[in-house]
Design a protein around this ligand. Structure first.
Ligand code: NDP
Ligand code: 8X3
Length: 252
């Protein structure tokens, strides 16, 4: 049987990387995107032993670069079956009146506009073929706002709205749209949020068992392998210790 082609943005670490590894084990051909080229090359070399892999190296903020990269794919790679909009991060955590404008730009440009650009370039061929699946990685931060989360939460609320809008607009074309909204996942996320402060980043995941990237990868594999008539539209996935954005049971 012909392998399905899955495009993963943000494949160089965390959830995206774990998903690439799991999907290679499950016979999907992969297009892997991110900025850190050496990590993409490493994945391509390792996973290329199992399935066909293409890597695309661009900053998701640069719409022209995305367009050129997608247009440059060989014809047999253009018919992308599953788009996993995963690239994203938080930049900073603090009260709104102390907000850093560059952090705000980064979160809106990457988490919201980058997701839109990629979807804009990949969705039309799905519409033409009347098939496809878009999986947007949102967050519990897209369902609830928490103190000091302001703009990151806004960016993920936008992802939530975009997922709902996509599901409506793509409904006549048989295209599935799934939103997966994780709680706390131990990845490079907090390292990026706290600008390399590893002590502060590690403290986010101490004294309880956070989700691992593999847990979300397994959730993604589940949703993209349901039968044609089943669309898992919206999921929140927490570690057992978490009950909401602000309630996490930690053993002291
Ligand atoms: P990581 O920091 O480990 O991974 C983020 C990925 O996004 C990297 O591969 C990075 O690649 C890519 N990325 C970031 N900025 C850009 C950019 N400008 N252009 C292209 N790619 C970019 O974090 P996670 O795996 O945790 O995050 C993945 C998604 O999950 C994000 O959307 C995040 O918001 C969401 N999420 C995370 C949670 C968590 O607790 N960890 C919880 C809920 C949601 P590179 O730097 O190489 O470009
Ligand atoms: C990442 C989880 O709680 O830090 O989206 O916002 S949280």
């Amino acid at each position: 049987m012909k392998r399905r082609i899955v495009f993963i943005s943000g494949a160089t670490s965390g959830i995206g990387k774990a998903t690439a590894e799991l999907l290679a084990d499950n016979n999907f051909n992969l297009i892997l995107a991110g900025r850190r080229l050496e990590r993409l090359e490493d994945l391509s070399q390792r996973l290329g032993k199992k399935v066909d892999v293409k890597i695309l190296n661009f900053d998701i903020r640069e719409k022209q670069d995305i367009y050129t990269a997608i247009l440059g794919l060989p014809k047999e790679w253009q018919e992308i079956d599953v788009l996993i909009n995963n690239a994203g991060n938080a930049h900073g955590l603090g009260p709104i009146h102390e907000g850093n404008l560059d952090d705000w730009d980064a979160m809106i440009d990457i988490n919201v506009k980058g997701l839109l650009y990629l979807s804009k370039y990949i969705t039309p061929q799905m519409v033409e073929r009347n098939t496809g699946h878009i999986v947007n990685i949102g967050s519990i931060a897209g369902k609830e706002v928490y103190p000091n989360g302001n703009v990151y939460c806004a960016s993920k609320h936008a992802v939530d709205a975009i997922s709902n809008g996509m599901r409506m607009d793509l409904n006549p074309y048989g295209i599935k749209v799934t939103a997966i909204n994780p709680g706390l996942v131990e990845t490079e996320f907090s390292k990026v949020r706290f600008k390399g402060d590893e002590v502060r980043a590690n403290s986010v995941y101490q004294n309880y068992k956070p989700l691992q990237a593999q847990d979300i990868a397994e959730t993604i594999l589940f949703v993209i392998t349901r039968p044609a008539h089943v669309n898992v539209s919206d999921m929140v996935v927490f570690p057992t210790a978490q009950a909401s954005s602000t309630i996490v049971y930690k053993k002291s």
